[in-house]
Each structure stands twice: as structure tokens, then as C-alpha cells.
Design a binder for this molecule. Structure first.
Ligand code: UT7
Length: 334
């Protein structure tokens, strides 16, 4: 029988510093009312100065390992757009700090879709027998790339980390990752981007070009892509699985905007209450978004064992991806 990747542990971590809409600087020219009604966000968390994505990833990874009861894994996949540094990858250091020295470890950059790409990667490692157990972490420190003067991004994004452990199992088990759809469209590369710092546009260090190290986003255009790409991807997964939207109990989607979540539900013809949402308390945490939504959904009682659940995400690249699984019964650890 085919080896499936089965979710056996879940954990997450938010840095303690919480920033409410009212805490944002007045110079940003925004308001609590605008942010709440246009995005659904009321607060987000920022990593303390001096702390990095690896610090968040270690906290989330440790909780996922404790939740699974697995002391060891064979591979660590870190989905992130904000690694500690360009080279080397952050995952090996995270693995070592978790006591997993020797495990395969690498970073994956698919922006806000990173967790879905990571699930596909973990499923592949397990299906081919390269690994029996994989720790998949989505961790981000977007506060390090936000322009504090850009009201189109600064109120939207937050820091955080979420993680799952996957083990080899069978496709019919609760928690088994089912059909996966992944996609990309590089024509939209400029719609969400950090312009400088890579090999194309090297950092000049000139003060008047300081903006080159910040994230920019064409919000309105990205919004439309987010709804249509996630909806199409969900339909593709349902079709491959021989399922219909009527079979779906919950949708756990990338948390970019509450209006996107509602439009996604409407587009698919799924009742809005079936969409798990935690964007109010975390904002957009990019690759950490889906695992944190899973964690908060379980903690809130919105996501329960046995529910047939669609996971879907969309992000910079452009990238998107979806999968279908039956939510398993997991023990959460603080
Ligand atoms: O995670 C990766 C994927 N990312 C996404 O999916 C994000 C998708 N985009 C969005 O969520 C929304 O586009 C935003 C929340 C980023 C922006 O909301 P919007 O409703 O699309 O606003 P907009 O950019 O169309 O701007 C509408 C108006 C503009 O004013 P005028 O030109 O109509 O006078 C903006 O200047 O709202 C203004 N505005 C703001 N006002 C107060 C934009 N941002 C703000 C703000 N506070 N923070």
C-alpha cells in the first residue's frame, strides 16, 4: 500500500510583543476602524529586536515534536521568506537547536504558500522512503522587512511560527495528507516583492534607496488573484479526490484578509462559518499562517477530529497550493 504522510503533531509560537491597531504609529495614517473593517485584523505580534526567524521556528518546532511524542525526525523543512541570513539556510541551525543534528534540513521559499509546498515536500520524502518522520515548520519575521511608513503593508503582516510533525502511515488514516495541488505564475513576481538584497538588485546602501530592503505589495490586484487562485486550486484538489464542496467540513486558508476568506467561501459555495479564521489576532504571518490557523482552530474548538478539511494558500511568486485531509486527534502541548 502507498505510504502516506500523516500529521501526528502540531505546535506554534507567537513572540510575546503584541501590537494592537491602536499601537501603530499615528504617522502611518491609518485607523483601527479601517484595519478592522478592511482586513479583520485587530492585533499582530512582533519579534523582539535581536531575535530572528530561527528563534521562533525552534519554539514552534519543539511544541510540535512534544505534541507528536516523537523525539527524533529524519528531516526538517523550514518554510520561510525571512530566513536568518541568505546563506546558509536556517533549517540546519533550527534542527541542531532542537537536538536533531544529523537530520536532513533545508529552507523552502514559497512565501505565504510555503506551508503547502512544504507539505508536498514532506509527503514526497515519506512516500519515497527518504524519511519516516518529517518536522515541517513555517516561521516568519516579517517585521524585519516591513516599511514602517507603508500603510499598505505595515498593519497587515505579523511575526509567528507554526509546525507539524508528519510520520509514515496509510492514506485512509485521519491526518493523512491527500491529493495536493501546487501552482505558480512568475508574471506576478513584482506584485509582492522585496526589491533589493538579492543578486538582481544588490543593496546599494544609499540612504535615499532605503526602501529597496522593504516588502511592497499591490494589494488590490493581489486580493483578486488570492480569491481566484485559491478557489481554483481547491476545486482541483476536490476533483482529484472525487469529492464535492458539500463534503467539506472546514477550510483552513492562508490568513491574508478576512474579506478574502469570506469571498473564497462564497466563490466555492461553502458556508462562511466553515472557514477557520485567526487573522484577527495574528495578522498575515505568511508561511506560518496555515499552521497557526490550524493550531488556533483546534484550540478554539473550530477544528475538530474527523472533519474533512481543505487547506489552501496563496502568496508571492505568485504561488498557490491546496490539499485535503481528515483532521486527526492530536494532543497539543504548551
Ligand atoms: O499574503 C500574501 C497575499 N496577500 C494578500 O492576499 C493581500 C491582499 N490584499 C489585501 O488584503 C488588501 O488589498 C489590502 C488590505 C492590502 C488593502 O485593502 P484594499 O481594500 O484593497 O485597499 P486599496 O489598496 O484598494 O486602497 C483603498 C483606499 C486607498 O485610498 P483612496 O485611494 O481610495 O483614497 C488607500 O490609500 O484605502 C487606502 N488605504 C488605507 N487607508 C487607511 C490603504 N491602506 C490603508 C490603511 N489605512 N492601512
Amino acid at each position: 500500500m502507498t505510504r502516506a504522510a500523516v500529521i501526528s503533531g502540531l505546535g506554534g509560537w507567537l513572540p510575546p510583543r503584541m501590537v494592537t491597531n491602536g499601537d501603530l504609529p499615528a504617522e502611518l495614517g491609518t485607523s483601527d476602524h479601517w484595519i478592522r473593517t478592511r482586513t479583520g485584523i485587530t492585533r499582530r505580534h512582533y519579534a523582539a529586536p535581536g531575535s530572528a526567524t530561527s528563534d521562533l521556528a525552534v519554539e514552534a518546532g519543539a511544541r510540535a515534536l512534544a505534541s507528536s511524542g516523537e523525539p527524533q525526525v529524519d528531516a526538517v523543512v523550514l518554510a520561510t521568506t525571512t530566513p536568518d541570513r541568505i546563506c546558509p539556510a536556517t533549517a540546519p541551525e533550527v534542527a541542531t537547536r532542537l537536538g536533531l543534528t544529523g537530520a536532513a534540513a533545508f529552507d523552502m521559499n514559497a512565501a505565504c504558500t510555503g506551508f503547502l509546498y512544504g507539505l508536498a515536500c514532506a509527503a514526497g520524502l515519506i512516500a519515497t522512503g527518504v524519511a519516516d518522520r518529517v518536522l515541517l515548520i513555517g516561521a516568519e519575521t516579517y517585521s524585519s522587512i516591513l516599511d514602517p511608513r507603508d500603510r499598505g503593508t505595515a498593519p497587515i503582516f505579523g511575526d509567528g511560527a507554526g509546525a507539524v510533525v508528519l510520520r509514515a502511515g496509510t492514506p485512509d488514516e485521519p491526518g493523512a495528507v491527500g491529493h495536493i495541488d501546487l501552482g505558480s505564475d512568475g508574471d506576478g513576481a513584482g506584485l509582492i516583492a522585496v526589491g533589493g538584497g538579492g543578486s538582481r538588485q544588490r543593496l546599494s546602501g544609499r540612504p535615499e534607496l532605503e526602501g529597496e530592503r522593504y516588502l511592497t505589495m499591490s494589494g488590490r490586484e493581489v486580493f483578486k488573484h488570492a480569491v481566484t487562485r485559491m478557489a481554483d486550486s481547491c476545486r482541483t484538489v476536490l476533483k482529484r479526490a472525487g469529492r464535492d464542496v458539500a463534503d467539506i467540513d472546514r477550510i483552513v486558508a492562508h490568513q491574508a484578509n478576512i474579506r478574502i476568506l469570506h469571498q473564497l467561501a462564497d466563490e466555492l459555495g461553502v458556508d462562511r462559518y466553515r472557514v477557520v479564521a485567526n487573522i484577527d489576532r495574528v495578522g498575515n504571518t505568511a508561511a506560518a499562517s496555515v499552521p497557526l490557523a490550524l493550531l488556533h482552530g483546534v484550540a478554539d474548538g473550530a477544528l475538530r477530529p474527523g472533519q474533512r478539511t481543505l487547506l489552501t494558500a496563496f502568496g508571492a511568486g505568485l504561488t498557490w497550493g491546496s490539499t485535503l485531509l481528515t483532521w486527526p486527534d492530536l494532543a497539543l502541548r504548551d
